[in-house]
Ligand binder design. Structure first.
Ligand code: TPP
Ligand code: MG
Length: 329
């Protein structure tokens, strides 16, 4: 259990808190299940889990409206679930089956949903950043008030294309929220070893872009920052940078020797800063939910995830003639 003291949250209803609890728990349990299926040899290729970072996407999705877009890296399952993509379709893509979002041909890093405005799923570090600005350009061109959430990591934040994108985004006043998910590591490299400047968001100042850092283990803080950022974008003020301070509990990918940090460091985060325990504490301390209420939610989530896992094993592999569809020629 978290040792952090639960604080009063006068502007958040119990229903809203329970919604965030449920959404974060879905991601956590989904990822645990994906880890198991990987261990059983049912998932091939790369698989990057999002455990620990759940409050980032759930908080920002709480600040999104219909029509908003999102694009991210390879650590993408949480983003898909948070924007409402079907856990069955995501899990079946992980296992390479026809019922997956890319008909089993994309895998963990390459899934898309036009319906939910989810634009991937990108394996090249930083590649999604200019693409995200392009999505925002389309909305600005069309004259609507949609915003694009463009997620990238602390490691990606040292890439040149990020800064070329900042310049153009600000020049063209694009409605893009750049979300730096600072989970403190890029593969085995601590941000302290890779980056001299203490804060990544402040680099936006060189381009005249506003921004701020936010506690990424607190879903309510993320939501509040997301509302501020999207309001600025929708008001035509151009891009906004949110550096969301978070932590990944698992390895970089499923094949990570984890030699670059201590077990104690990870355990301390889990014990003191877990984003799901935080909301659980608010619900219990505020008298909004009992242990039994939360157990019922846990059970419901477990069922959704088990159904997704069953589907991902029962769905057939794509037939060979699928090799000739969905390609540019
Ligand atoms: C252009 C490029 N360089 C290197 C890699 C190998 N690589 C994959 S993930 C990664 C670390 C990225 O870390 P970060 O941006 O912090 O994201 P996180 O994995 O922490 O979510 C690297 C170097 C790659 N995929 N693409
Ligand atoms: Mg990182």
């Amino acid at each position: 259990m978290a040792t952090r003291k639960a604080t009063a949250t006068p502007n958040i209803s119990a229903d809203e808190l329970r919604k965030y609890y449920r959404e974060m728990l879905l991601i956590r349990r989904f990822e645990e299940k994906a880890g198991q299926l990987y261990g059983m040899g049912l998932i091939g290729g790369f698989c990057h889990l999002y455990i620990g970072q759940e409050a980032v996407v759930v908080g920002l999705e709480a600040a999104a409206k219909d029509g908003d877009k999102r694009i991210t890296s390879y650590r993408d399952h949480g983003h898909m679930l948070a924007c409402g993509m079907d856990p069955k379709g995501v899990m079946a893509e992980l296992t390479g089956r026809i019922g997956g979002y890319s008909k089993g041909k994309g895998g963990s890093m390459h899934m898309f949903s036009r319906e939910k405005h989810f634009y991937g799923g990108h394996g090249i570090v930083g590649a999604q950043v200019p693409l995200g600005a392009g999505l925002a350009f389309a909305d600005r061109y069309l004259g609507n008030d949609n915003v694009t959430f463009t997620y990238f990591g602390d490691g990606a934040a040292n890439q040149g294309q990020v800064y070329e994108t900042y310049n153009m985004a600000q020049l063209w006043n694009l409605p893009v929220v750049f979300v730096i998910e600072n989970n403190q590591y890029a593969m085995g490299t601590s941000v302290k070893r890779s980056t001299k400047s203490p804060s990544l968001w402040e680099r936006g100042a060189a381009y005249g872009i506003k921004g701020e850092a936010v506690d990424g283990m607190d879903v309510l803080a993320v939501k509040a920052a997301g509302e501020k950022a999207t309001a600025a974008c929708r008001a035509g003020e151009g891009p906004y940078i949110l550096e969301v301070m978070t932590y990944r509990y698992r390895g970089h990918s499923m094949s990570d020797p984890a030699k670059y940090r201590t077990r104690e460091e990870v355990q301390k985060m889990r014990d003191e800063r877990d984003p799901i325990d935080h909301v659980r504490d608010l619900l219990i301390a505020g008298g909004h939910s009992t242990d039994d209420d939360l157990k019922a939610i846990d059970k419901e989530i477990k069922q959704i995830v088990n159904d997704a896992a069953d589907f991902s094993r029962e769905s057939p592999e794509p037939p060979v003639d699928e090799l000739w569809t969905d390609i540019y020629a």
